[in-house]
Write a protein that binds this ligand. Structure first.
Ligand SMILES: [Fe+2]
Length: 308
């Protein structure tokens, strides 16, 4: 389902400082499938219930962080139209040719007002979820790790939250589902944006530093799977940020932890179903603890300050 021409977050490229360690983390611990070791040295992975070729790309680099997040749109015509709207908004749009990313059609790329690189594409080769499409079983027998079903969303930190809000809602066709408003009652310090019926497909938090990566989130099927993920985090001595707990914002269940390079991951489940005529939900700064961690009702300093 797409309400906007943008279908969903389609891929994210994350920088890691040790590719072998990262591979063990994302495959054995998180439970993603390795799809391809690219000629570019990058690793291409997917969650089991994604049909497209890949959703996570790992790139060896000096420093951790996010290179870009990519969204899939409904058609090549929708992609062209989106590119024109972004140019009219005043951003420089670069086109990357089909095949520049393995199994992926042409991509349109630009930097959004918070300095993050976004890209959009219409085509990616489908390799399926292993169940076939006629009378399929409900899950593969070979699920491992935390058993994520898909790359769900990412949260990014940056300065021009108002510019991003205008871009996403007026140009890219996203809906603002929830926002956090500072103590002055005016300044928006957090935005949660949906292109689907999920409570968020991307989110931004205001911070003085531009272009920061807070976390990439992978979807689990149930609260029981969140508990299973917590067992795995302890068994494998994965650095834990916080959880299992629940968000007030989105109402989702969550655990945050770190990959071996220091990038934050989340596994997430639940959350309400969003429709475009839902009212925007607003959180005040005084209730920020409950908004982010509904059970603890307070933030930890690490969650606020550690980004890559
Ligand atoms: Fe999240």
């Amino acid at each position: 389902m797409s309400f906007t021409g943008v279908l969903r977050p389609g891929h994210i490229q994350i920088r890691v400082t040790d590719l072998a360690q990262a591979m063990r983390h994302y495959v054995d611990v998180v439970g993603l499938d390795e799809v391809l070791r690219g000629p570019d040295g990058r690793l291409y992975l997917k969650a089991w219930d994604e049909f497209d070729h890949h959703s996570l790309i790992l790139r060896q680099a000096e420093k951790p962080g996010m290179d870009f997040v990519g969204f899939k749109v409904t058609s090549d015509a929708a992609l062209t139209d989106l590119g024109e709207r972004v140019r009219r908004f005043g951003l420089a749009v670069e086109e990357l040719a089909a095949g520049e990313m393995p199994a992926t059609g042409r991509r349109l790329r630009f930097a959004c007002p918070t300095g993050h690189t976004l890209e959009f594409f219409a085509e990616k080769r489908q390799i399926g979820n292993g169940l076939g499409t006629v009378n399929p079983e409900v899950k593969p027998e070979t699920l491992k790790g935390m058993k994520p079903t898909r790359f769900d969303h990412c949260l990014l930190y940056g300065d021009d939250i108002d510019g991003n809000l205008a871009l996403f809602t007026e140009v890219l066709g996203f809906q603002l589902t929830e926002r956090i408003v500072a103590g002055d009652g005016k300044t928006i310090i957090g935005t949660f944006l949906s292109c689907s019926n999920k409570p968020h497909d991307i989110a931004f938090i205001r911070s003085p530093e531009r272009g920061r990566f807070h976390h990439a989130s992978f979807y689990l099927e149930s609260w029981n799977d969140i508990s299973h993920a917590a067992d795995i985090i302890t068994r494998h001595k994965v650095p834990l940020d916080i959880g299992p707990t629940r968000h007030g914002i989105t109402r989702g269940y969550t655990i945050y932890f770190f990959d071996p390079s220091g990038n934050r991951n989340e596994v997430f489940s639940g959350g309400y179903q969003y429709y475009p005529d839902n009212p925007v939900l607003e959180w005040t700064e005084a209730e920020l603890g409950r908004a982010i961690f509904y059970y603890d009702r307070q933030l930890n300093e690490r969650f606020l300050s550690v980004t890559t």
